[in-house]
Design a protein around this ligand. Structure first.
Ligand code: HEM
Length: 211
């Protein structure tokens, strides 16, 4: 129990390193000629990384049998939302100087912004309902609602893919990771669906052989 708590604290502190690095660089005037761009890119990257980590926990837990890993899912998910909020805040405060009209025009006109905004908005209900109380209150509906993360992560990857001008390698890596993570879930769901039929066939075969 104590070990898990310490590990959680370590993961929490590690998850703050990207922010601390940005803060330190800003303090040292080391963010280069375009600090807004550096902050937008870093926070965008870390949002996607935390989304992938969150989606990776269930497959890793099932494949390794290390069920305690699930205890980290809420934290990584909330960090994805945290970095997405910083990313969005950088955009509205620093990039658009909080010009709501400019911002709305951008969201409507530039498709990579539209899809990024969608990804962000979809994370809001997930963050709001991440508490134990909400999990209890929503019951089965909680799981359904939290499947929005699949759409949010997909929209996040599309957002990245659409915004890069030349070298699409990085968004491609994210797309590959996402395909594997969602593909695993699809296969697991299919296996679960087919399980009763498989069991029935097995018991019929056993009955026929008298085993
Ligand atoms: C879950 C939501 C989001 C994710 C995962 C995400 C992810 C990313 C990533 C990975 C990058 C590129 C980082 C790099 O070049 O290394 C990026 C850039 C950017 N994002 Fe997002 N983003 C999200 C939401 C948003 C929202 C809501 C907005 C604004 C409404 C936004 C505006 C931008 C802008 C302006 C850039 C820089 C574009 C450029 O350099 O040309 N993003 N984002």
């Amino acid at each position: 129990m104590l070990k898990l708590k310490l590990l959680k604290l370590a993961v929490f502190l590690a998850a703050l390193i990207p922010l601390a690095r940005l803060g330190w660089k800003a303090y040292q005037h080391m963010l280069g000629a375009n600090p807004i761009e550096v902050i937008t890119h870093s926070t965008g990257d870390w949002t996607l990384i935390f989304l992938m980590l969150t989606l990776g926990i269930t497959p890793l837990r099932k494949l390794t049998g290390q069920h305690w890993l699930i205890r980290f899912r809420r934290m990584t998910g909330l960090f994805a939302f945290f970095y997405a909020s910083l990313h969005f805040t950088t955009y509205i405060f620093l990039d658009k100087f909080f010009d709501v009209n400019e911002m709305l025009k951008d969201i409507a006109k530039r498709k990579f912004i539209t899809v990024g905004f969608t990804a962000f908005v979809l994370l809001i209900p997930l963050a709001v309902t991440s508490t134990q109380g909400m999990i209890r209150r929503l019951g089965k509906r909680w799981q359904m609602l939290h499947r929005l993360i699949y759409i949010s992560a997909t929209a996040g990857v599309v957002h990245y893919w659409w915004l890069v001008k030349a070298d699409v390698r990085k968004p491609q890596y994210y797309a590959l990771a996402l395909t594997l993570l969602l593909g695993y879930r699809l296969l697991a769901a299919q296996r679960k669906k087919a399980a009763p039929a498989r069991l029935a066939a097995q018991s019929r075969a056993q009955a026929a052989t008298g085993a």
